[in-house]
Design a protein around this ligand. Structure first.
Ligand code: DX5
Ligand code: ZN
Length: 219
């Protein structure tokens, strides 16, 4: 089944712990945690102390998406906060490859992401050490943007790359995912759907999640 990772960016931040429990009860596989530093992207969200505070509320897999510069500086802090997977951007300043090595050394799964304007040639050198590739289908920074369908071929490219190399890798897609765009992504090879506004706005999050899970086989 396709995995579903609701983006907590669309949750009510004043009750983040309760929202995490709601997402878990709705059947989500992972909880997607969007960390923004106001430098790599124009917005600022939250960091390790907030993640640590909600860790005690649920055992769901914490799928942290770091939209930050020099992510290698913060890997230990995210590990100590209780993250299970940490994704860095291949475009980030500093040393994203070193960050990925450290993520794995700390016993977490390592992910690498690419922005809509970034070609797959930029992400390829990182894929060998990736457990997850996260394809952005909006410009990172804010929830609620429209899906950029030009990015879909990158999902297929990564899926083909993984097959060619005999690699088992989750392929996640993030930005503007709803029932229509999500299905297109799964058909292109995505194994994980990240979604904020469409899931949090839906009248019945649980049935939405179970519908998406049925879209395709996962890893
Ligand atoms: C965007 C974040 C996404 C965002 C998705 O910068 O990485 O995870 O929350 O939100 P929607 O699903 O509303 O596009
Ligand atoms: Zn994200």
């Amino acid at each position: 089944m396709t995995k579903v990772s609701p983006s907590m960016l669309s949750a009510d931040f004043s009750r983040l712990g309760d929202e995490l429990v709601r997402v878990e009860k709705a059947g989500a596989d992972w909880a997607h945690l969007d960390v923004m530093d106001g430098m790599f992207v124009p917005n600022i969200t939250f960091g390790p102390p907030v993640i640590k505070a909600i860790r005690g509320r649920s055992r769901i897999t914490f799928d942290a998406h770091l939209m930050i510069q020099s992510p290698e500086r913060y890997v230990d802090a995210f590990a100590d906060a209780g993250c299970d997977m940490v994704t860095v951007h291949c475009e980030a300043e500093g040393d994203p490859a070193e960050a990925m090595d450290r993520i794995r050394e700390r016993g977490m799964k390592a992910g690498v992401s690419l922005n809509p304007e970034t070609p797959t040639s930029r992400i390829e050198p990182f894929l060998d050490k990736a457990d997850l590739a996260l394809v952005m289908t909006v410009h990172p920074g804010f929830g609620g943007q429209a899906f950029i369908s030009d990015c879909v071929p990158k999902i297929s490219w990564i899926s083909e790359w993984a097959k060619r190399k005999g690699r088992r890798m989750e392929i996640s897609v993030d930005g503007g995912v709803n029932s229509v765009t999500g299905k297109t992504c799964v058909e292109a090879g995505a194994t994980v759907l990240v979604a904020g506004s469409s899931l949090f706005k839906s009248a019945d999050m649980a049935s939405q999640i179970s519908e998406w899970k049925a879209y395709g086989p996962s890893l």
